[in-house]
Design a protein around this ligand. Structure first.
Ligand code: PXP
Length: 238
């Protein structure tokens, strides 16, 4: 049964809508832990549209479970990670104009930049995950760079227009996941997963970690953070 990483970015999105101090993602992380989260995930974006540097600093002090920092493969972010030492960094592609992370990191096209970043993070004792599409060539490139894990992008599965497209995307994830495991990489998945579409993904063999954000926070607004995480944890564990 995979670990559940709860992405708290959108708690900060609500706060930043008014540039105020509430709701505090630090409180949300504590409540997520009470609900059974195995990890807390946050994305420090270059434009600081939701999570702020202060959030990462305080969360590093307070989070008791695995702290997973999503970030672009840049000099600035690598320096921050090496300074604050999250348990894991997940390298993601980042475009300023995007609403959320669209597609996986192209490890092949950005090999030198990603390799430099991975090397510095591993040397600092931080596990490195690469957020990539379900593509054997990208998985092989992640393996070559000595990444600890790959997080396969589940957005195409989540956004499939109909059941047969969804089945097709699921099979792609299944095959890519098995390729990653055969390579000796730890297997993670995430993006676009909801209370309705998560069960099939959670049952994929050898899946170690799921990172889920928007759907949990959307439910938390209505039922509370702890309850929302508890409900997702039950689905992921069943
Ligand atoms: N995993 C990664 C690498 C992501 O970039 C995101 C979005 O920040 C997620 C998981 C969570 O996606 P969602 O908010 O759609 O659950």
């Amino acid at each position: 049964m995979p670990a559940l990483g709860v992405n708290i970015d959108h708690v900060a999105t609500i706060r930043q809508a008014r540039r105020t101090i509430e709701p505090d993602p630090v409180w949300a992380a504590a409540l997520a832990e009470l609900g059974g989260a195995d990890g807390i995930t946050l994305h420090l974006r270059e434009d600081r549209r939701h999570i702020q540097d202060r959030d990462l600093r305080v969360l590093r002090e307070t989070v008791q479970v695995k702290l997973n920092l999503e970030m672009g493969a840049t000099e600035e972010m690598t320096a921050i990670a090496v300074d604050l030492r999250p348990d894991q960094v997940c390298l993601v592609p980042e475009k300023r104009e995007e609403v959320t992370t669209e597609g996986g990191l192209d490890v092949i096209a950005n090999r030198d930049r990603v390799a430099a970043c991975v090397e510095r993070l591993l040397a600092a004792g931080i596990d490195v995950s690469l957020f990539i599409d379900a593509d054997a060539r990208q998985i092989d490139a992640a393996y070559d760079l000595r990444a600890s894990s790959v997080e396969l992008h589940t957005g195409r599965y989540a956004d499939a227009a109909n059941a047969s497209e969804r089945d097709e995307e699921f099979r792609t994830l299944l095959h890519a996941g098995s390729h990653a495991v055969q390579r000796g990489l730890l297997l993670h998945m995430g993006h676009g997963l909801t209370y309705r579409n998560v069960r099939r993904i959670a049952a994929i063999p050898h899946l170690g970690e799921l990172n889920i954000g928007h759907s949990i926070i959307a439910r938390a607004v209505l039922v509370g953070m702890t309850q929302a995480v508890r409900e997702m944890k039950a689905l992921v564990s069943s």
